[in-house]
Design a protein around this ligand. Sequence first.
Ligand SMILES: [Zn+2]
Length: 220
Amino acid sequence: MKKTLFLLLYGLLLILAGPTEVEAVLPLEGKVIVVDPGHGGYDPGAVRAGVEEKNINLQISLKLKGYLEEKGARVFMTRNGDYNLAVVGLHKKEAHRYDLRKRLDMAKQSGASLLISIHANCTYGVSQQGAEVFYYQPSEKGRLIADSIQSELRSVPGMRKRIIKTSNCYILRNASMPAVLVEVGYLSSPGERKNLLRGEYQELISQSISSGILKALSVQ
Ligand SMILES: [Zn+2]
């Protein structure tokens, strides 16, 4: 009788304690992602009305890093401040190429499964607008990730709805892992330039890029 009572109480305790807690696995756990804020230091990238591309790129990249880490990814940045990776003594194209080569080496050494380069666009007119995602044509994975990011960016309120494009640019062509390049908007458009300077808009853009990455990587 005593034994039955004990078992009953024990059973009741188990019910009250509820199921054993299972540690939640974050969706990007185990993924290594390299975020590459374009330009930096003496290379401002595009400049319009005093706004320098390099700063927008870094601000959005840092926010993107936060969102990706929240989801469990390990994130490496090719730069964390206002500098680039070229060495003293190199100039113009040579310096630019050296900088990009260094960024690609960093990405390779980190063992990343994705490289995402952040830039802002600029053109002569003022009417071009909208974020655009680029990939290197032979890379099927690159295309899938670019497409996923682009469709998230299309849902940003007021965003000009663009489609993904191919690019032969150095960083995409030479990356040893799937790589995409996001042009977050046009500095030549007065409205978009103003938006890109706003922290809130930068959050929206980086959040969209991060959910695009998450969706693409979770189907692979
Ligand atoms: Zn750029």
